[in-house]
Ligand binder design. Sequence first.
Ligand code: HEC
Length: 142
Amino acid sequence: MKRYGIILVAAIVSLAFTTSSWADCPQPRKTRSAPANIASKDMTGQANAANGKKLYTKTAKPLACKMCHGDKGDGMGKLGKALNPKPRNFTCSETMKDISAGQMFWIVKNGSAGTGMAAHGKTLKDKEIWDVVKYIRETWVH
Ligand code: HEC
């Protein structure tokens, strides 16, 4: 009986590990590169991070970014966990070091084909996209 208990505990522990909720870092990345002239663009200087936060956590359509990218920016939002590939983990500097503000802008606007990342060019103005990019970079990308 005791032995059975140990096996049961081991099974639960290993299950907890395989369905673990740790964010990957470095993270596999399916998203393609933006055109060079856009990747090098950065309009976050004039952008409004507070408005970006509102969009990220609440108001962006079709879904608030946090539903997938998570409250902590680690890609572990409620919907994000189930996706393959997983949403970008903005807190992973090893992956984010090569991702510019312009690259982020381009993907938020146009989406990332073959992933759950939708295009927001019809629901967000360019200015709003720069706001949310600024919020993400200020909060998590270091
Ligand atoms: C339905 C889930 C979902 C929502 C909602 C979502 N994303 Fe994503 N996002 C993803 C996935 C999946 C990827 C692709 C990951 C990959 O490249 O492998 C991604 C990728 C990205 C990237 C990656 C850029 C790169 O070059 O790697 C950025 C930036 C981004 N999302 C920002 C946002 C912002 C800002 C919002 C809100 C306006 C948002 N996302 C909403 C799922 C989502």
